[in-house]
Design a protein around this ligand. Structure first.
Ligand SMILES: Cc1cc2nc3c(=O)[nH]c(=O)nc-3n(C[C@H](O)[C@H](O)[C@H](O)COP(=O)(O)O)c2cc1C
Length: 208
């Protein structure tokens, strides 16, 4: 089966990044399984999306046939990011935990893709996804501490937030790979990576 994979990285740490190392491993394994797949990479550290400004939000809420050239220009980055999301049937996201949440670069991407009239709308029963169904999301997270168990799991706004916002868009088939405790020394990093690699191989086994 041929897949279109959207690969998103947000760590600014290049070769030292654990989430980047694991998203790369994910792509390698997906390519071994499905060599014909196309990969589109969006590097949010190298090419950050800007924070939403008033002009851009104005463009989002102006029907396309009423937009001026300036408003069309303001919506362009968001349109591109949404087109990539629509085209992909597998989305691989590298998400470091920063201050119990996600880096602002990744949040900026989310602000550009969660857009009424393009990726969701409010119907009479509440929010409805406008995205094509059947997309698989693999999120590779890396965290200095351990959040899988109480009491620290109450501080995990990274996984809870990502699941909530992606679920809002109808993206509910999400595998969350966790490299945890990577701030606790070299041995902890090694075992976190081994565990995360086995989690990601299991996630890839489920990909048809
Ligand atoms: C700005 C910043 C904030 C961080 N905040 C947290 C945090 O709240 N909790 C945590 O467990 N680790 C935190 N860390 C550690 C990172 O999650 C950890 O180093 C992880 O490996 C980063 O992903 P990366 O290696 O892909 O860059 C933080 C690191 C940085 C640079």
């Amino acid at each position: 089966m041929t897949h279109t994979i959207l690969h998103i990285d947000s760590s600014p740490l290049g070769d030292r990044s654990i989430s980047r190392r694991l998203t790369a491993q994910t792509l390698t394994e997906l390519q071994v399984k499905h060599p014909e797949s196309a990969i589109l990479t969006r590097d949010l550290a190298a090419n950050p999306l800007p924070h939403l400004d008033g002009m851009t939000i104005g463009a989002f809420f102006t029907p396309p046939d009423q937009r001026t050239a300036a408003l069309n220009e303001a919506a362009k980055l968001s349109d591109q990011a949404i087109d990539e999301l629509i085209a992909a049937d597998i989305i691989v996201i590298g998400a470091p935990m920063w201050n119990f949440g996600i880096p602002s670069s990744l949040k900026a991407w989310i602000d550009h893709i969660v857009r009424t009239g393009r990726t969701f709308k409010y119907g009479i029963a509440g929010p409805e996804s406008l995205l094509p169904k059947g997309k698989k999301v693999i999120i590779v997270s890396s965290r200095g501490g351990m959040y899988s168990e109480s009491p620290m799991n109450a501080m995990d706004y990274q996984e809870t937030y990502l699941r909530a916002v992606l679920g809002f868009l109808g993206l509910t088939d999400v595998s969350f790979i966790r490299a945890e405790g990577v701030g606790m020394g070299e041995e902890a990093v090694k075992s976190a990576i081994v565990l995360a690699e086995s989690q990601l191989s299991q996630a890839i086994e489920q990909v048809a």
